[in-house]
Structures are given as structure tokens and as C-alpha cells.
Design a protein around this ligand. Structure first.
Ligand SMILES: [Mn+2]
Length: 261
């Protein structure tokens, strides 16, 4: 998928890994406050907006966090361009949620063409190629057959299954001595296949900017947790240069929205 940014867009925001749920009220309110105030022309949520999602019919018995988050997204979606990519926790978000949030579904990966530059956007879990057990699960759970079967169960059964998948994933993480980061070779191959020099992704919760070659870089977004002892929340903001359209360099900056108390 390729997305051509209209020339009137000057400021773009990237966020990911908010993991919103009822048990993290500060994160929720910090995010809502950010959405209501951002001056960006477009906001890109690059996966794991929600702690987990078990199917769009869940909206009929939502947690307060979901309802408030969807309302804030819809307010933002009404005044700016809102894109939501699904992550490994909320990959079952479907068209009904996108409509509710006035958001456009952003496929993973997407090449964004902005101010003459090509920027690849991804959640990042698909690039953690060292974790072969997860990649197998990822492939199965993204298949239409698996999703049809999963979604055919009643909500209570789906919720139990999702919680046990989450618990299994946490147990695997704890049992492993290795941290499966994004593989730099996989990231570079993706960039080359898309004629791009810049990747923006989340998922790993290790905010940084890594050089992959003299020309290639990958920006890693932070997760959000304003309920933690050391609160985390950041927005990666990209601004077009002010000089001539295609020649001026882009400006990247990391902003820390104030925590909402
Ligand atoms: Mn993730």
C-alpha cells in the first residue's frame, strides 16, 4: 500500500503501543488530551492502540476506556486525517471500529510519500524475524480461516482465548533469555523493496533512531504508560521543511505530551 500525502499536509504525528484499557486511566486521559490538542494535519497510530481486541461486536459491551478512546478518536478524525494500523494485540479491529473512530485502516506496511520522501510505516512485529514461534502464530492468526473460526465464538469464549494467548506470550517472553528486536536486515530489505530510506515502527518499546546504512534509518516509537512509576508517552512529529517543497529537509522531533492528572 502507498499513501500520497496531500501537499497541504505540513505536520504528521506518529504514535503506537498505547495499550489502552480500563486499568490504565492516566494513559487513556493523556492520549485523549493529546488527540484533542494536536496541531497535526494527520495522526498515524502504528498498532497496539488497545491492550487487546476480540472483534468489532465487542463494541456493544465496551470497557469505558474503549468508549472514551473511540469518542476521542472520532473527534480527532472529524478535524484531521486519522489512520490506524492494527498491531499484534488489536489485529482484530475491523471496519466497524474504523468507521466509529472516523479513521482509515492503514495496512502494515504502508509507504507514505510526504514532501518528496518515501517513509515506510509498520507496527514492527512482522520484522522481529528471530522469534520464529511468534512469526508462526502471527501467520496463522492473520489468516481468514483462523479469524472466521475465532470470531464465530461467543464473546466470553473469545475473551478467555485472547487472555490465554496473551498469558502464553508473556510466559514465552519470560522464559526466553533473548529479546527479539526488529531484525536490521529484515528492516533494510523492506526499505529497499519500497525504495525508501526511512522506517517508522513501534512494538518493541525501545524508542531510538538506528542507522541501518549510510542512507537508511529506522525510528522506533515509545510505548505509552502514564500510570507507570516513570511515566512514558511520546509522539514522533514530522514536519515539512519551510523552504521549497521537495528540496527542504524534513524535521523529526520527539514530543512528550503532559500527563493528564
Ligand atoms: Mn506490539
Amino acid at each position: 500500500m502507498e499513501l500520497d500525502a496531500p501537499t497541504r499536509w505540513k505536520t504528521l504525528d506518529f504514535v503506537s503501543d498505547l495499550h489502552l484499557q480500563d486499568s490504565s486511566p492516566r494513559t487513556l486521559h493523556g492520549f485523549i488530551d493529546y488527540l484533542d490538542k494536536t496541531p497535526a494535519d494527520a495522526v498515524f497510530v502504528l498498532g497496539d492502540l488497545l491492550e487487546y481486541w476480540i472483534g468489532d461486536d465487542w463494541i456493544e459491551e465496551p470497557q469505558d476506556a474503549h468508549r472514551l478512546c473511540f469518542e476521542a478518536l472520532a473527534r480527532a478524525g472529524a478535524r484531521l486525517n486519522l489512520y490506524i494500523m492494527r498491531g499484534n494485540r488489536d489485529f482484530l479491529m475491523g471496519p466497524r471500529i474504523m468507521r466509529t473512530c472516523q479513521a482509515q485502516d492503514l495496512p502494515d506496511p504502508t509507504t507514505l510519500v510526504f514532501s518528496g520522501q518515501r517513509i515506510v510505516l509498520s507496527h514492527g512485529d512482522g520484522l522481529c524475524t528471530g522469534d520464529t514461534r511468534y512469526q508462526e502464530f502471527r501467520q496463522v492468526s492473520r489468516s481468514a480461516a483462523w479469524q472466521r473460526e475465532f470470531l464465530s465464538e461467543p464473546l466470553a469464549g473469545r475473551k478467555n482465548r485472547m487472555l490465554s494467548m496473551r498469558a502464553q506470550s508473556e510466559a514465552n517472553k519470560k522464559a526466553s533469555t533473548e529479546f527479539f528486536d526488529v531484525d536490521n536486515r529484515a528492516a533494510l530489505a523492506l526499505l529497499q523493496s519500497r525504495q525508501s530510506h526511512t522506517l517508522v515502527h513501534g512494538h518493541t518499546h525501545r524508542p531510538d533512531c538506528h542507522r541501518l546504512s549510510a542512507q537508511h534509518a529506522r525510528w522506533v516509537l515509545s510505548d505509552w504508560d502514564l500510570d507507570a512509576a516513570t511515566p512514558r508517552a511520546s509522539v514522533l512529529r514530522l514536519s515539512a521543511g519551510t523552504a521549497g517543497a521537495d528540496s527542504a529537509p524534513l524535521r523529526w522531533e520527539r514530543l512528550a505530551p503532559a500527563s493528564a492528572d
